[in-house]
Design a protein around this ligand. Structure first.
Ligand SMILES: CC(C)(COP(=O)(O)OP(=O)(O)OC[C@H]1O[C@@H](n2cnc3c(N)ncnc32)[C@H](O)[C@@H]1OP(=O)(O)O)[C@@H](O)C(=O)NCCC(=O)NCCSC(=O)CC(=O)O
Length: 310
């Protein structure tokens, strides 16, 4: 039995997201660091007091999502097995490096903040992401080419995240509906992540990575995957190149999940806000168990479930 930990990307931040992790003593240093990165405001207060729009601003969103993956990991550390696969979706890939022990958790949070700043600096105002399910890759590519957008993330089962300026995304959404796409939804993310529009942010982030201590390969029984090609991350230079490149290159998430399955994954837990990734696993691999932290009412419930795999 092999457990896979999935670290969420932006989009599902919510007021109750720290209900299980906020009081965990081992996570207090992480909450304190996140507060320092958020201008002295405690992330637990931010999620309770700010509206949904504020929680989905790029920099705040990246910090909140990553903080939750890291806090949940320290909270559940005693029941996380040594042998795991770790993969992160979008900004979750940086958190995955922290979860895998390749970066210190504090460095991970700092890096996420710097990544967000580089992306905000590089991003034209009014950019965003759109979700489309039910059209082929060829059709989606053609729509993107025509309207100056690009496939940001390839999800399982003909589901795509498309990045571009909101005006272009509106036109693509309309056309996709006319073509009978099964589902078309705006994603509450305010940058066109994983598209060439953020090429400058990749370069900036690559330089930043050179100044952070990285321990690669990961500990013996930890397999860490790269989002852009689903291969194991084993080398510092190549790994850093890919982690920076993913800011402006398509993430092949369907391939990543398939690599987890081929690597022996029999159960998945999503550590982050919301059920987006665990839901994708359940839909794409019906025989595999997938849960997210938000499925549990208590940390003890999550712990009991994880004990089956430790
Ligand atoms: C965009 C979404 C809200 C779309 O989810 P939805 O649930 O609305 O849509 P969906 O198509 O998956 O599911 C709709 C219905 O179809 C069903 N369904 C699911 N999979 C199916 C399949 N393969 N075939 C047929 N039906 C399927 C579901 O059960 C659901 O049923 P029913 O309706 O019966 O329930 C979600 O994918 C999401 O939250 N994604 C995470 C956000 C994201 O992608 N963020 C980008 C990160 S970028 C980032 O992080 C930037 C950075 O920093 O780099």
């Amino acid at each position: 039995m092999t457990l896979t930990i999935l670290c969420s990307g932006q989009g599902r931040q919510h007021s109750g997201m720290f209900a299980l992790t906020g009081d965990v003593p081992e996570a207090q240093a992480l909450f304190a660091r996140a507060a320092a990165l958020l201008g002295g405001r405690d992330p637990r207060d931010i999620v309770l007091t700010e509206n949904s729009e504020a929680l989905h601003h790029n920099r705040i969103g990246q910090i909140l999502c990553s903080l939750q993956s890291l806090a949940a990991t320290v909270a559940l550390r005693d029941v996380i097995p040594d042998r795991i696969i770790v993969a992160g979706y979008s900004v979750g890939e940086v958190a995955a490096w922290g979860v895998a022990g390749v970066l210190s958790m504090i460095d991970t949070l700092d890096l996420v903040a710097r990544r967000a700043e580089a992306m905000d600096a590089a991003s034209p105002a009014g950019d965003g992401l759109l979700f489309v399910r039910g059209l082929s890759r060829e059709v989606v590519d053609a729509l993107c080419e025509k309207h100056d957008a690009a496939v940001a993330i390839v999800n399982p089962d003909d589901a795509f995240i498309i990045g571009g300026c909101r005006k272009a995304l509106q036109i693509i959404a309309q056309k996709a509906k006319e073509m009978n796409a099964v589902r078309v939804v705006d994603v509450p993310v305010e940058v066109a992540s994983h598209t060439k529009r953020l090429a400058n942010a990749s370069s900036t982030f690559r330089e930043i990575l050179d100044h952070v201590p990285v321990t690669l390969p990961a500990p013996n029984r930890v397999r860490l995957l790269s989002g852009i090609d689903a291969s194991p991350v084993a080398d510092i230079k190549i790994g850093s190149d890919k982690l920076a490149a993913q800011i402006s290159q398509t993430v092949h998430w369907a391939d990543c999940l398939q690599a987890c399955i081929e690597g022996g994954a029999t159960a998945f837990i999503e550590l982050g806000p919301g059920p987006a990734l665990s839901g994708m696993v359940t839909a794409a691999y019906p025989g595999v168990t997938a849960r997210c932290l938000d499925d549990f009412r208590t940390l003890d419930g999550a712990r009991a479930w994880l004990k089956r795999y430790s």
